[in-house]
Design a protein around this ligand. Structure first.
Ligand code: C6P
Length: 417
């Protein structure tokens, strides 16, 4: 669990120095990296762990009986233990390593929903889900004849309309999947309460923690979900490694996801017996260095403290929201208060892609587009938004620079205003 440090007592400038990539110019201007919801930057501690592994321990896991293989196996399994502590899972067996949030959700859709749902069953999602928490369910619904239902989003302020939530849950729903933090709106959903209400009706729950796991304390026992998915690359870890937390009894009742090496206990020509959880779900050589890098990232984040990180990110986003709102002629998305560390916006007279392209020329990295939330965009009546997403190494001065850059964009595109 994260240590309770107050964010005002931390030396954020020293922390920022752990990220050498931030100290550069792009297009001749100092880089202001505000695309952290897409992927975070990596601290030296993570790069050191990867280098150390490849310089001293690189080998395959669970196979050799030689020293390097034993070290690689110990490192890989230590990363699993660390992840269990990071999420407060009851045991390391509840942690399956995947490629990321997307693969984790596909695993549950295929292996749990694929065998436990039947024609006429319902899957409840919300209108603010990322494509990764929609498309896998569409694929499985089509295969088994299940139906999808959605909890509505209220509008630009981006809250879940929970007035009909209990009614929606009643109607033959077998699985409820919800994002913890929206990657477009910055909404923080009350996942513990929602999962409790679903569980009371015997509904299986999945939480998409892609935008929350590295930003705030995430405790699977407090949330009370059956499954939780997250990505390593969004929490200072390497790309290519992700996590599926599954409650032991759920993982036990699931069929394997892929067949191959590692996931078996015995193979015959015509019949195979599966390995125990979590190995049953990890076919082939896993991303060993990725897990070791993830371990270092989790140590790094918890040394700062995720509660302090959340306070810092939310404060920056609130400041950005307030300053953007004061400009006028701008449409802001997401809740006015209790906003997570990102802000989506649209200038009245400049397309989001132009905002992002222009900002890039001035050194500011934003993201523009549908952010893999096309159904939500459709609901809000827009095609895209510009988005600034913050992490603990960002500063108020960078928010000020963003505002300055927006001013320059305005001047360029509508010089008379
Ligand atoms: N969002 C963004 O917003 P992967 O690609 O598997 O690591 O993560 C997918 C994913 C799932 N759920 C949520 C809520 C997400 O935000 C994301 C990734 C990125 O910029 C890329 S679209």
């Amino acid at each position: 669990m994260s240590t309770a440090k107050h964010h005002h007592t931390l030396d954020w400038a020293a922390i920022r120095a752990d990220f050498p990539i931030l100290n550069q110019k792009v297009h001749g201007k100092p880089l202001v990296y505000l695309d952290n919801a897409a992927t975070s930057q990596k601290p030296l501690a993570v790069m050191d762990a990867l280098r150390h592994y490849y310089e001293r321990d690189n080998s395959n896991v669970h196979r050799g009986i030689h020293e390097l293989s034993n070290r690689a196996t110990a490192g890989f399994e230590a990363a699993r233990e660390r992840t269990a502590r990071f999420l407060n899972a009851r045991a390391a067996e509840e942690i399956v390593f995947t490629r990321g949030t997307t693969e984790s959700i596909n695993l549950v859709a295929h292996s749990w929903a694929g065998t436990h749902l039947k024609a006429g069953d319902k899957i409840l999602l919300t209108e603010m889900e990322h494509h990764s928490n929609i498309v896998p369910w569409q694929l499985i619904a089509e295969r088994v004849g299940a139906k999808l239902l959605y909890v509505p989003v209220t509008g630009d302020e981006g809250l879940l309309d929970l007035s009909r939530f209990d009614k929606l849950l009643k109607d033959g729903v077998k699985l409820f999947a919800v994002t913890h933090i929206s990657n477009t709106l910055g909404t923080v959903n009350p996942v513990a309460d929602l999962c409790r209400r679903a569980r009371e009706r015997g509904i299986v729950t999945l939480v998409d923690a892609a935008q929350s796991a590295g930003h705030c304390p995430v405790d699977v026992q407090t949330i009370g979900c059956d499954f939780l998915a997250m990505s390593g690359h969004k929490i200072c870890g390497p790309t290519g490694i992700g996590v599926l937390y599954g409650r032991r009894d759920r993982l036990e009742e699931m069929a394997p996801y892929q067949g191959g090496g590692e996931m078996i206990s015995h193979v015959g020509f015509f019949k195979t017996e599966w390995n125990v959880i979590p190995h049953k779900f990890e076919a082939g050589t896993p991303d060993i260095s990725g897990a070791i890098g993830l371990h270092a990232a989790m140590d790094y984040l918890d040394k700062i403290g995720r509660a302090a990180i959340f306070e810092h990110d939310c404060e920056l986003a609130a400041y950005a929201y307030e300053r953007l709102a004061s400009l006028g002629g701008i449409r802001l998305f997401g809740p006015k208060t209790n906003h997570a560390g990102l802000v989506s916006f649209l200038l009245d007279d400049v397309h989001a892609h132009d905002v992002v392209t222009f900002a890039d020329r001035l050194g500011v990295a934003l993201r523009g587009g549908h952010h893999c939330n096309q159904p939500l965009m459709h609901k809000l009546g827009v095609e895209s938004t510009a988005r600034a997403s913050f992490y603990f190494y960002n500063t108020r001065a960078e928010v000020d620079r963003l505002i300055e850059v927006i001013g320059e964009i305005r001047k360029f595109f509508s010089p008379k205003t």
